[in-house]
Design a protein around this ligand. Sequence first.
Ligand code: ADP
Length: 504
Amino acid sequence: MWRTVRLSRQITMSSIRNFSALVQNKALINGSWVDSSTCATFDVKNPASGEVITSVPDMTVEDAQKAIKAAKDAFESKEWRSLTGKDRSNLLKKWHKLIEQHAEEIAEIMTAESGKPIVESKGEIIYGNSFVEWFAEEARRIYGEVIPSAVNNREIIVMKQPIGVAALITPWNFPLAMITRKAASALAAGCTVVVKPSEDTPLTALAVAKLAEDAGIPKGVINVVTTAKAAPIGDLLCKSPDVRGISFTGSTEVGKLLFRNSADGIKRVGLELGGNAPFIVFDSANIEKAVDGAMASKFRNCGQTCVSANRFFVQEGVYDKFVSQLTQRVESLKIGNGKSCDVQIGPLINEMQFNKVSGFVEDARSKNANIITGGKGLSSLGSLFYAPTIVTDVPPSAKIYTEEVFGPVASIIKFKDEAEAVQKANDTRRGLAGYFYSENLQQVFRVAKRLEVGMVGVNEGIISAAEAPFGGVKESGIGREGSHHGIDEYVDIKYICMGNLKYD
Ligand code: ADP
């Protein structure tokens, strides 16, 4: 049965405020920590307890306009433009060091505002900070080309130049990593940024911005606009001629809107949108490893990651064994306020998410799916806790079969052969991550090539890494983050034709 954890020493935000100077309740524009021009604020709540942590400025379109201007001025300023790749690398290295030094405090802030178990928050800081380190290294390697010309008095020179101001719109599920993955590559390329963090998790964003300031990153290079009214500010960021690129991680619905709104200005657009990841377990799989991978992929961050396994397809020869082992592991998960270091499952982020997850499970139940374990809220812990759930015999008409659940619910579907598994896995308009477990080498290459996704985990449930290109195909997005490809989102390629050269 569920082991729930009640905290003997609940973290309150007043205790965080006392010990962490990193909790900011002002936004950052042009190197100044400022209120909204209307002085309006909105509350940031702890999803585990419902407690108000603090409030932050509810910025307006006019405030966002100031942030864009600050980023534009900073981009054009000598202080930023004159820096070499090595100078920018050094600044990013200092930022990386400061994030590392303040990892404990940032983790507590993150857990308080997102509900993420503290162990996972600490893990996210290492992961998110690895992008700062990676792009500090890449800043010195933004190479151009000299292409041999067909005409002997010419040289064809290609260089990469920063696009200018980039707007970064980020979600709540990885409050630090989604910012560093974008901002570190933008800064490495020589861009300046306006960050619009999620209204659910602005405090982590403000904390890392404070550390960027402490690292000596010049004023106006990173601006953070907090707001509870994302739509009008998103609209401005897409339509302002002073913003040259939009990088967004979030829902497919909002991503499509931003894509459309950026069309007139022919903006550079990078989108990391929703997934519907298949997780296939073939008869040849090592079941223990497959169950480990399934737990990591499905239940990390309470299932609230865009690369979470969304549909488990299990071959009939190993179906019973897999379901029984997974059920055992799921029922032993510790659920509670993420502040406690042995908690593995925290609350869902907000009421909307809770209603979506419970609605999906009820929909499956009404269509005769089998709820093996879970399938209910855990109100004794708090209004946003939902029991880790396994659903089998899921009919294709059920919402959890076709839509991203973004919660701790594993839907399991039995299949007969490889062709059926691949066909069902690809039967979606999404294509972010996909996973499969097989010990059959031929099958491994066949299936890895056939899955219509941007990232494949073969015998692996967690695949994100700073060195690897993260991104999707189909309606899961465009562009790549991380890896050396991540820089491409923030540079223009310029061709310089050197003509009429006299070599003789
Ligand atoms: P989720 O469902 O994961 O919260 P959203 O796409 O709603 O995903 O949110 C991701 C980010 O997009 C958040 O920062 C949110 O404030 C922002 N956002 C939501 N709606 C809009 C919009 N219309 N324009 C710009 N940004 C938006």
